[in-house]
Design a protein around this ligand. Structure first.
Ligand SMILES: CC(C)(COP(=O)(O)OP(=O)(O)OC[C@H]1O[C@@H](n2cnc3c(N)ncnc32)[C@H](O)[C@@H]1OP(=O)(O)O)[C@@H](O)C(=O)NCCC(=O)NCCS
Length: 253
């Protein structure tokens, strides 16, 4: 099926599709207020950064996949990559304010419509992001990758999980594998890209579970346990990611 890529700035009417795919793609708890401040910046993706939000769109006008990106400056060191999604957005905002020329495109999220999954579309989406980064003169595409299969292994430390490989020596995680096949390398684990906290009642609502005692709980869609503290009436979850780096043509660290 031929697909075309559009920036949200070219087709603002596609904005509801970004919301639709986010609702279908993320567990409900992950779409709540991020303690690190992602929500302060997120709306700017649809205004200031509309040129960097991509949708893949078929002949019938259906959106099959979307990706959120922003341009940032990066000094090329592992420690120079932001510590959170809010940190990435803040970096992009500050760079713009200071009129600094970005050298990296940061991919914040990639979402494939459930009807289009398992057809190899994620590779096409990433290919397009690499193309975008190159044509806009960036040296790197960097992504805080949320490994899709990690939710099935919530007790494994992220540092260990990202080293797991298949018999063929490829990353064990399918989403990391898509990046790796395009030449991306692991830079480092990011322990908390989003921090979601809320009352126990809220967590019970978001997860459709009950949490009778304090302690860590395995929750569908969570990459590590959600920690419930009944005395403080709080549940807390930190979403870990792994920074992966695509060096583009002519790029060198
Ligand atoms: C992750 C996501 C983008 C993958 O998109 P996709 O187009 O369905 O993936 P592909 O068809 O290109 O498959 C990529 C690899 O993942 C594997 N895969 C896809 N779905 C899978 C599943 N449910 N379980 C296990 N492996 C799966 C495929 O087999 C393939 O690996 P292979 O080439 O070694 O066989 C999509 O599932 C999605 O939008 N998920 C929700 C949001 C998300 O998690 N985004 C990524 C974090 S930013």
């Amino acid at each position: 099926m031929p697909l075309k890529a559009y920036a949200l700035s070219e087709k603002p009417e596609l904005e509801p599709d970004f919301e639709r795919l986010a609702a279908a793609g993320w567990p409900r708890f992950l779409r709540q207020r991020d303690e690190l401040g992602c929500g302060t910046f997120w709306p700017s993706l649809f205004t200031t950064w509309a040129d960097y939000q991509t949708a893949l769109y078929d002949d019938a006008g259906r959106v099959a996949a979307v990706a959120h990106t922003v341009p940032i400056t990066w000094d090329g060191t592992p420690g120079g990559l932001p510590e959170s999604i809010a940190g990435i957005l803040e970096r992009a905002t500050e760079d713009r304010r200071a009129a600094r020329t970005p050298n990296a495109l940061a991919a914040l999220a990639a979402l494939v419509d459930p009807d289009w999954r398992e057809q190899g579309l994620s590779r096409r989406l990433l290919d397009h992001l690499r193309f975008l980064a190159e044509t806009r003169g960036h040296r790197f595409l960097v992504a805080p990758v949320r490994p899709t299969l990690k939710a099935r292994y919530p007790l494994a430390p992220m540092e260990r999980y990202v080293t797991w490989t298949t018999d063929d020596g490829e990353p064990f995680d399918p989403w990391m594998r898509v990046h790796a096949r395009l030449g991306a390398e692991v830079v480092r684990v990011v322990p908390r890209t989003l921090v979601i906290a809320g009352t126990v009642a809220r967590w019970e609502e978001w997860t459709e579970m009950t949490f009778p005692e304090s302690g860590p709980y395995v929750v569908p869609g969570a990459l590590q346990p959600v920690v419930i503290d009944r005395a403080r009436d709080e549940g807390r979850y930190e979403d870990p990611n792994v920074w992966m780096l695509h060096s583009l043509k002519g790029a060198r660290l």
